[in-house]
Each structure stands twice: as structure tokens, then as C-alpha cells.
Design a protein around this ligand. Sequence first.
Ligand code: ACO
Length: 337
Amino acid sequence: MHQTGVRIAGVGHYVPTGVLTNADLERMLDTSDEWITTRTGMKERHVAAADEPTSAIAYRAALNALANAGREAADLDCLIVATVTPDYAFPATACILGAKLGISGKPAFDIEIACSGFIYGLTVAASLIRTGVFKRVLLVGAEELTRLVNYKDRSTAILFGDGAGAAVLEASDVDCFLAAELGADGSNPENLYLPLSGTAGPPITPDDVEQRRNTIVMNGREVFRFAVTKMIAATNVALSRAGITADDITWLIPHQANRRIIDAAAKHLEMPTERVIVNIDRYGNTSAASIPMALSEASAAGKLKDGDVILFVGFGAGLSWGAVAWRWHMSTNGKIP
Ligand code: ACO
């Protein structure tokens, strides 16, 4: 089989301008800045405008990633959007994004695996390139989870924000994909799910909408316990597959769901705080967008150097989880075969 390398050639992100602070939430709910900060590490999150669907913020992030890569939309062979908050149940948001980018006709599809979306997407996009199917793929994680939140439920309302992050992946002489570990267990979907949103259960009624029964439901403690365990386990498998150890990780870029989850996983992996990328204070949990947003910010801040090893790790509804070990090689153009 034809096999080539893959690298990330550019990254970008975008957040809507609306901001929801802990002080705002204090006015809406029986909560406090102190509780939210100590239990989650969050201070504020961004909220999309009513006329700003997921494809709109995905588009802005995509343009930023393309500019960062020095590429045009016309250079892309395929578009992938990781999201659980698509513009519509169908068509795929990636199709709409393709039209916005002026490249209708190019293959485009969504990956729906919640907060693990970017990790799964990275594995799929890298595989499509390494096997020679495509030379250049745009992968976007874009979410507007604030639309699915019940702002009367303090246990979930405080957690989520909107945003998008994107990466341009392309064929390269240098192979940056080191290893992946992905997993899912759907035996208890109600631990984290959106009721009344699909074909399971009765049709949604006006009363359901009135009572906000069609909003995120989560067993926070169960998800917390699962998250720490799976982040550590997935990281260890990915590292072992890559033939490296935690000492070889230059940057840990975890899904930003809860500062305490990140700290617990980092502590277990003996990763010093300064090597863990965290931006949860400013964005909250942006699901599939959180990892590419953190990556884009780290790149823009000049933190990432060619040769660095990045460990992406995440978890989410499914329940699902994944880790990818990746070698950063952006500034030097790998020759395209
Ligand atoms: N403000 C004040 N008090 C609160 C709030 C709030 N916003 N929310 C809950 N509490 C109260 C509870 O009612 C409870 O009170 P009680 O002791 O009188 O019963 C107390 O605080 C403790 O509640 P816990 O649920 O035990 O709090 P915990 O420390 O577990 O933190 C949290 C809750 C932040 C939700 C945590 O469990 C968590 O982060 N879990 C993981 C969430 C996650 O990662 N989700 C991923 C979703 S991504 C996706 O795929 C869509």
C-alpha cells in the first residue's frame, strides 16, 4: 500500500464575541464565582449569536487555519467537521462549510463523537492522508453547546461554551502521526446525553420544550471518575504504541472539561504544569473544539517547536475517549510527495 507521512501545516481558531462570565451566571442561578472556579477552573465562556450557527464559527476557524498554513480553500481535498451541535441533524455541517469556503464538490463529512471528536478526526484525517487517499484535509472541531444547555440547571449550565478550532493536515515527507488509542462504551448513554433529540423515546412535545427537557443531562460525578481513568489509560496505550514514555511528551493538550480532571490526569502522568496547555478559564468546555483551540493558541503563542511531541487526549459522551501522540513539524515545509 502507498504510504506517506502527514503533518499539521496550519492551525486556527475562532470564538464568538458574546461572553458569559461567572458573575453573569451568579445573577441567573444559585451559584457563585468561588464554586465554579474551585470546582471547574472556569471564569468565562463565549456564546454564539442567534444568527451564528456552528458552520459560521467553523468557517472563521477554517480561514484562520488556512492562512496559517499558507493555503487556499481550493487546495483542500476533503473537509471533516467534528461536532455534536451541527447546523441541522442533516446535512452534515462539513457540507455547509464546504459551500461557505467556495469548494462545493469536495468530499465533506461530520464526525459525531462529542468531546472526543477532534482526537477521532485527527486519526481519520491522518489515516486518509497516510494511505494516499487525500493529500490535504481540513479538520475542524466546532461546537455551540450553549444552545443545548438548560440555564436553570446549575450543574450543567456553568460548564459549556462555544468555539471552533481547525487544522490543515497534509501529506509530508515527515510523518508526524506517532500513534493513537481510541475507545467507546455505549452501555450507559444516559450518563451524558441529549434526551429527545433523536429516534429513541417518544416524539418531543411543546411541554418538553417549555420545561427544557431537551437539554444536556449529565451524571457529573460518574463522568469525572471515568474521565480521569480513561485519559490516563488512553495516554499510556498511545505512548506505548508510539514507543515513547511520558518523559518524551513536550506538551500535553487535554480536552478542557474541568481543571480538576486535567490536573488529576497530569499529576498521574507526572507532567509538570508548565507543559500542560490549559485555557479552560476563558472558554469553558467547548467539546470537540477545545483541543484544536488550545493547539491553535499554543502555536500562536510560539510555544510549539518543530520536533516537539504533543499528546492530545480527550473524553466525552459515548462514553468515548482517545489519545493521539503527534510530532509537531509545522514551520519547516515537509516536501509533498
Ligand atoms: N453552583 C453551586 N453549587 C453547585 C453547582 C453550581 N453550579 N452545581 C452543583 N452544585 C452543588 C451540588 O448540588 C452539590 O450540592 P450538595 O452537596 O448539597 O448535594 C454540590 O455542589 C456538589 O456537587 P457535585 O456534583 O458532587 O460536584 P462536583 O465536585 O462533582 O462538580 C462537576 C460537578 C463540575 C459537574 C464535575 O462533576 C465535573 O466536572 N464532571 C465532569 C463533567 C464533564 O467532564 N463533562 C463532559 C461533558 S463533555 C460532552 O461530551 C458534551
